[in-house]
Design a protein. Structure first.
Length: 592
């Protein structure tokens, strides 16, 4: 009643959680299952909202007797526990229901559709801990299997523990989920398959980390195992940043060693979302990040089908995905992320669950990936499925690459509501939503998506503030396009000198105001430019720099901001081809 969990009591007693649970059950201490009283006790409540409490002496409901499927949701509302996972859970429950099963949902996020009363037969609005799930599983006598692959990382993390406690996990064997999640095991598997990966090491001692970095050179990516939304992941560009990031990562995950890998600069990032049945890929969709690698997939602008990939790269990605699916004997959804550079493909990671891009892939291609994944999991683990399910798993002509249109997914950010936050993208996720739009080509779809997330198209002036000569060189063509379109080009001192040397006339703006000209921040406040392209030298959010002050001021003044070279270039290309009047609002069917 005081709120101590089995795990907390075990910690205090120096025992395992399982032994405390066994003792608690032996002593007859069980939580009561209660309905959330939506009628304020004026009438007897008959709601589908259930929760567990030790402040009760009887259950409000009786155990279900019919065969049911339990779906584990994505947990508390935060960056990373996205609505995309909620979409996956709702579709998983709906598919199980169509296949004749009753459905049990375990989730406790009041903002999600999966916690609506009419989505499933039993809704447990409670925490996604091992203890609580086992309590529900043991109470509900009819649960034939549990879905851990549609709710994101939280259910995935406890799949193996649930399996060891006797819970029937639907789809891929939990031991194979662990092989994909554990960096060391997964890397060993890739070596066995002769599949390339960025050079990495799993290290527990600080001196070993420094030794590895000395060998591969900066920048490096630092991360613990089993993370979602890039939590505790950081790119270190120098020794000082590495010291800071290491401390942060170790604090967050002390029970898992730190993984340090060589960070590939200038590489393209590609994802494949797929469903497999008994190790054979049934359907897949390959999408391409517009930003180069280094931006978290939840923050990236993504195009589907891919627009700028070599055929050899696409072929290699398909081959690797099929090899991994076979090796891990996957039945259900999985997502893989790749780096492509100079026609060489390297694997970043593989998650044996649905990803944030599953709804995007489903809506763009017209095939419900979660529905097909549920058919795969039900057939593999529980046997008989409907003729509809058999047909979906046996269909050989899913068209996901040869589409007559392009879709772009753009991230939605909440930087105006986060006082002082640096609006720069990195390996740690910052977006709070996304929008997907269709177009006849990449530029049309991109422009629609950007407008849809609140980006105001510029009309008069563009400020360039670009760190590093390589980025300045890459943005020359964008500056030229803006100039040809009649925009007035402004630039900070170093960027202006570089542009003028290359033949692009621009007005120089200074950090400090003078009698002749206002400072950058004053010019921003005066509305001299309505688009800012600010490219930092490195994507660290830890330092307060001149670039940070410009970026933060642009957010506070609601001036459109671009902080990525590739997005800056595609924005210039899109505006040179399309005006707002050219963008027709059409649904997917209009392009098919």
């Amino acid at each position: 009643k005081k709120g101590f969990s089995d795990k907390q009591i075990g910690f205090l007693r120096g025992e395992e959680e399982a032994s405390v649970r066994k003792l608690r059950k032996k002593m007859g201490i069980f939580p009561a299952i209660k309905q959330i009283d939506t009628l304020a006790a004026e009438y007897p409540a008959k709601t589908n909202y259930l929760y567990l409490t030790y402040h009760g002496d009887k259950n409000d409901v009786v155990p279900g007797k019919k065969k049911s499927v339990a779906v584990l949701g994505s947990g508390p509302y935060c960056i990373g526990s996205s609505v995309e996972f909620d979409w996956g859970c709702v579709n998983a429950a709906a598919t199980a229901s169509k296949e004749g099963y009753e459905t049990v949902m375990i989730n406790y996020n009041p903002e999600t559709v999966s916690t609506d009363y009419d989505i499933c037969d039993r809704l447990y609005f409670d925490e996604l801990s091992l203890e609580r799930i086992l309590d529900i599983y043991e109470f509900e006598k009819g649960i034939a299997g549990v879905v851990v692959s549609t709710g994101g990382q939280i259910p995935n993390n406890i799949a193996l523990k649930l399996h060891k406690c006797g819970v029937k996990i639907l789809g891929t064997d939990p031991a194979n989920i662990d092989r994909a999640e554990n960096r060391h095991k997964f890397s060993g598997m890739l070596d066995k398959l002769k599949v390339d990966q960025p050079e990495w090491q799993e290290l527990a001692k600080i001196e070993d980390v420094y030794g590895f970095v000395e060998k591969v050179g900066y920048p490096v990516l630092v991360r613990p195992s089993y993370v979602l939304s890039g939590a505790a992941m950081s790119v270190a560009y120098n020794r000082e940043a590495l010291d800071t990031f290491l401390g942060k990562a170790v604090k967050i995950s002390t029970d898992a060693p730190v993984v340090v890998s060589k960070f590939e600069t200038g590489a393209k990032e590609i994802e494949i979302d797929a469903v497999a049945y008994k190790g054979e890929v049934v359907i897949y969709a390959i999408s391409e990040h517009i930003e180069n690698a280094g931006v978290h997939s939840g923050d990236a602008t993504i195009a589907l089908p891919p627009q700028k990939l070599y055929l050899a790269t696409v072929r290699r990605i398909k081959i690797i995905a099929k090899q991994v699916a076979k090796e891990l004997d996957i039945s259900g959804p999985f997502n893989m992320q790749f780096l492509a550079k100079d026609n060489t493909v390297k694997v970043i990671e593989c998650n044996l669950r649905s990803s944030r891009s599953f709804p995007f892939a489903s809506k763009v291609t017209g095939y419900n990936f979660i529905e097909i994944a549920m058919y795969s999991m039900l057939k593999k683990s529980l046997g008989g499925v409907s003729a509809r399910a058999k047909k979906a798993l046996g269909y050989k002509d899913y068209k996901t690459l040869d589409l007559d249109f392009v879709a772009v997914k753009a991230p939605q950010f909440s930087f105006p509501r986060l006082k002082g936050a640096d609006p720069v993208l990195g390996v740690e996720m910052a977006s709070t939503g996304e929008v997907a739009c269709f177009g006849e080509d990449l530029h049309e779809a991109f422009l629609k998506a950007m407008i849809s997330v609140g980006f105001t198209l510029p009309k008069t002036g563009v400020l360039f503030s670009v760190g590093g000569d390589a980025a300045k060189e890459e943005l020359l063509s964008a500056a030229e396009k803006f100039k040809k379109m009649g925009f007035k080009i402004f630039a900070t001192e170093g960027t202006c000198d570089f542009f003028e040397e290359k033949g692009i006339k621009c007005e120089k703006v200074y950090k400090v105001s003078s009698k002749k000209s206002p400072s950058i921040l004053e010019a921003m406040a005066d509305g001299k430019f309505d688009l800012i392209i600010n490219i930092p030298k490195n994507y660290s959010r830890s330092a307060v720099t001149d670039g940070y002050l410009i970026r933060r001021k642009s957010i506070d003044l609601n001036i459109p901001l671009i902080t990525n070279v590739q997005v800056g270039r595609i924005m210039a290309g899109a505006l040179s081809r399309y005006g707002v009047e050219d963008l027709k609002v059409l649904d997917r069917s209009a392009f098919c």
